[in-house]
Design a protein around this ligand. Structure first.
Ligand code: UT7
Length: 330
């Protein structure tokens, strides 16, 4: 068990969800699928889509503004912008730099972190190190993905799964018992090809041929990813609890990455949690990658369900493969 003298806390949260809703009924008109298939296999009913002129930074900056407002802070009170994303506005500059510009705050460091759907938890763990080391006092951590722009809308095996959204945390040192108690993180790069966006990087720079081969779109071996996700999410949640010196029975809420309701349920069962202790909002938003955890946490707070002293477990899995979990005392 790791006992921490100093902890970081989430001072506030913010979210942004695009207005446009795409329902399963809409998808039935686009590809050969059915509401019944999507609902029973994934738990998704609808998802949000960014407008053609919205890039990741446009969603991220709105989530950031909400988090700043709820913390009663201004952009000048932040000393680092860290953005977890798999769908940056541009390969460079980073989405964090575009958000810095849109927030109108100069000079403070800003960078992106890319860790598949696990990015927000990787960002939380990195932020802990930076705050506790004294390098930063207050970090704006944003998780944003606009997956609708990297999806092949003719591929029914992927296009029904994803949605767009953003969430943000303001992070700083805690001065009481609440805060991040423990974490567990890992990666297995040997399985990278099971969930990949192959084109547009230095491996397959964009050419007419790569576009013809559709390498600019996300590719996923759903079945394989599913099995690894169930295993890694369950195991890492248990390991983080062990590191916090806590038992499954002490968990008040599990906030899992929202990729598939069956994965969410399996992770809840692994922790012996009843359904009402497992946060699931995938029906409304689909898989928003890095944004799922901050949006789910924000909605749990908004619903008035979190009270001081409660234990929450955050857990994610994604491309890389990457996985991470965090135990947090509210
Ligand atoms: O966020 C990062 C992590 N991502 C994940 O964790 C996603 C993990 N994977 C999954 O959630 C699931 O594997 C999927 C939802 C992607 C797929 O569910 P599945 O139960 O694994 O289905 P499957 O891929 O084995 O496909 C079953 C059948 C196939 O037909 P046949 O070969 O049995 O005739 C597919 O062609 O379902 C068919 N199918 C569809 N049918 C209607 C695949 N997509 C669709 C669709 N509508 N949209």
């Amino acid at each position: 068990m790791v006992k921490k003298d100093r902890k970081i806390k989430i001072r506030s949260t913010g979210i942004y969800l695009p207005e446009k809703v795409l329902t399963n009924a809409d998808l039935e008109k686009m590809v050969e699928t059915s509401d019944e298939w999507i609902t029973t296999r994934t738990g998704i009913k609808e998802r949000r889509l960014a407008s053609p002129d919205q890039a990741s930074s446009d969603l991220g900056v709105e989530a950031a503004k909400m988090a700043l407002k709820r913390a009663k802070l201004t952009p000048e009170d932040i000393d680092l912008i860290l953005v977890a994303t798999n769908t940056p506005d541009t390969i460079f500059p980073s989405t964090a730099c575009w958000i810095q510009k849109k927030l109108g705050v100069k000079e403070i460091p800003a960078f992106d972190l890319q860790a598949g759907c696990t990015g927000m938890l990787y960002g939380l763990i990195v932020s802990e190190g930076l705050i506790i080391s004294g390098s930063c006092r207050r970090i704006l951590l944003i998780g944003v993905d606009v997956l609708s722009k990297i999806i092949n809308w003719q591929d029914r095996s992927t296009c029904v799964l994803f949605g767009d959204g953003a969430g943000a945390f303001i992070l700083e040192e805690s001065n009481n018992e609440s805060g991040l108690l423990s974490h567990f993180w890992g990666a297995d790069g040997s399985l990278g090809e099971l969930l990949i966006l192959p084109g547009g990087g230095t491996l397959h720079p964009t050419t007419e041929q790569t576009v013809k081969d559709k390498l600019q779109y996300l590719q996923m071996k759903g079945n394989d990813v599913f099995k690894h996700a169930v295993k890694r999410m369950g195991e890492s949640a248990i390991e983080a609890l062990k590191r916090a010196g806590l038992d499954k029975s002490q968990v008040d809420y599990l906030i899992p990455h929202q990729a598939n309701l069956r994965i969410i349920d399996a992770t809840g069962e692994r922790l012996n949690l009843p359904k009402d202790k497992v946060m699931a909002n995938i029906a409304k938003y689909g898989n928003m990658s890095v944004a799922t955890i901050p949006v789910a946490l924000h909605e749990l707070i908004e619903a008035g369900k979190l009270h001081p002293g409660q234990i929450i477990v955050l857990v994610a899995f994604g491309a890389g493969f990457t996985w991470a979990s965090a135990v947090y005392r509210w």
